[in-house]
Design a protein around this ligand. Structure first.
Ligand SMILES: *Cc1c(COP(=O)(O)O)cnc(C)c1O
Length: 348
């Protein structure tokens, strides 16, 4: 029996050349250090299956995930010893999992340090908080015997305001230099994407870009370097003619002033096409702008086909997902614009 698979009406095709180029550019900008890659949250929505092999082949050798549950998908493509788990071991089962999988925990507290040692210890990373107050031990805790007992590869901290010109940046950098000197380690790491743009003083041995790999531009210095990666397309499900006075979509938010041809397109809320992407925005077909009419109506939007009389049901439209650009035009952060990309886009 031949298997018949349903044809998708939505697709996400990351520009893998742009992704590789972004990693190489960020690696070059990392001074004497190397760039790793934050691949948590399914590569910020763009897909581990697609992105991790590209990053690996570009030369990346250190991969950061947040949850233990994210390790397995990444480990299909890279040696598990190259995977760092940012949330660290919360219980014995996390320690057992780390050992079994061969992934390396980031130790964030004295409790985690003790737990890791009690489970047998071994190579780990250490997060030191220098002001973001999110995860990590306090600088004063570095003298604790539970930290002295660790075998630390990467000592790291995370910048709170790297996307701004803030006194926090130099303050955190100075604090990191002081504290990193107090714990034996192999590599030091401070900068996320925006931190890389702050210059080689922030690069240390390893940088940890996430957002900029995937096309985000957290600081103007990166604007000419970083290329967009996310490419989203959605198919037209149906075309129809509407008459003056007829309305479109939820709450009849658009009413036609003249006869017009409209197309119903397969993208909506569950795909990450949020309410604020409706009115005032457009989809595109071969460079032609097709304004969105009315509200996003659950799984669909309706566009004005006046500029593209030739398109028909089944044709694909480009959905703008240039996050550097979108983020300026909406109240969404670029992190949100990427990570809301829905699961249905990755099935095809
Ligand atoms: C997510 C994360 C990064 C990547 O940050 P971007 O701002 O996306 O470049 C780096 N380091 C840590 C600890 C993170 O949690």
């Amino acid at each position: 029996m031949t298997e018949v698979t349903p044809q998708p009406t939505l697709r996400l095709s990351p520009d893998t050349q742009a992704l590789a180029a972004n990693w190489r550019a960020l690696d070059d900008l990392s001074g004497g250090g190397r760039a790793g890659a934050a691949v948590k949250a399914n590569c910020y929505g763009l897909g581990v299956e697609t992105c991790v092999p590209v990053l690996r082949d570009a030369g990346c050798g250190t991969f950061f995930v947040a949850h233990w549950g994210e390790v397995a998908a990444v480990a299909r493509h890279v040696p598990p010893a190259q995977i760092a788990v940012l949330h660290g071991p919360l219980n014995e089962s996390d320690c057992a999992y780390a050992r079994n999988a061969g992934a390396v925990p980031v130790i964030n507290s004295l409790d985690q340090a003790e737990r890791w040692r009690a489970s047998g210890g071994g190579l780990c990373h250490l997060m030191i908080d220098t002001g973001i107050n999110r995860l990590g031990i306090a600088p004063a805790e570095t003298s604790d015997p539970r930290i002295a007992a660790l075998d630390i590869d990467i000592v790291m901290s995370h910048l709170a305001c790297a996307d701004e010109d803030s006194v926090m940046n130099t303050r955190q950098r100075d604090a990191f230099v002081a504290v990193a000197g107090q714990v034996p380690h192999r590599r030091a790491s401070l900068a996320n994407s925006a931190g890389i743009a702050l210059g080689p003083d922030y690069a240390f041995d390893l940088t940890r870009p996430g957002l900029a790999l995937y096309g985000g531009v957290p600081r103007a210095e990166l604007a000419s370097t970083i290329r967009p990666v996310a490419r989203v397309e959605a198919a037209i499900l149906q075309c129809r003619g509407i008459l003056p006075g007829e309305s479109v979509g939820y709450n009849a938010a658009f009413t036609a002033a003249a006869p017009m041809r409209v197309g119903t397109v397969s993208i909506g809320y569950a795909d990450g096409f949020l309410r604020l992407r409706g009115v005032g925005n457009a989809l595109h077909h071969q460079g032609r702008r097709l304004p969105i009419l009315g509200k996003v109506s659950m799984d669909m939007v309706v566009v004005d086909l006046s500029a593209a009389p030739d398109v028909a049901a089944g044709d694909w439209l480009q959905v703008p997902w240039d996050i550097a650009n979108c983020a300026q035009q909406t109240i969404l952060s670029p992190y949100e614009l990427l990570t809301v990309i829905g699961q249905r886009l990755r099935r095809g």
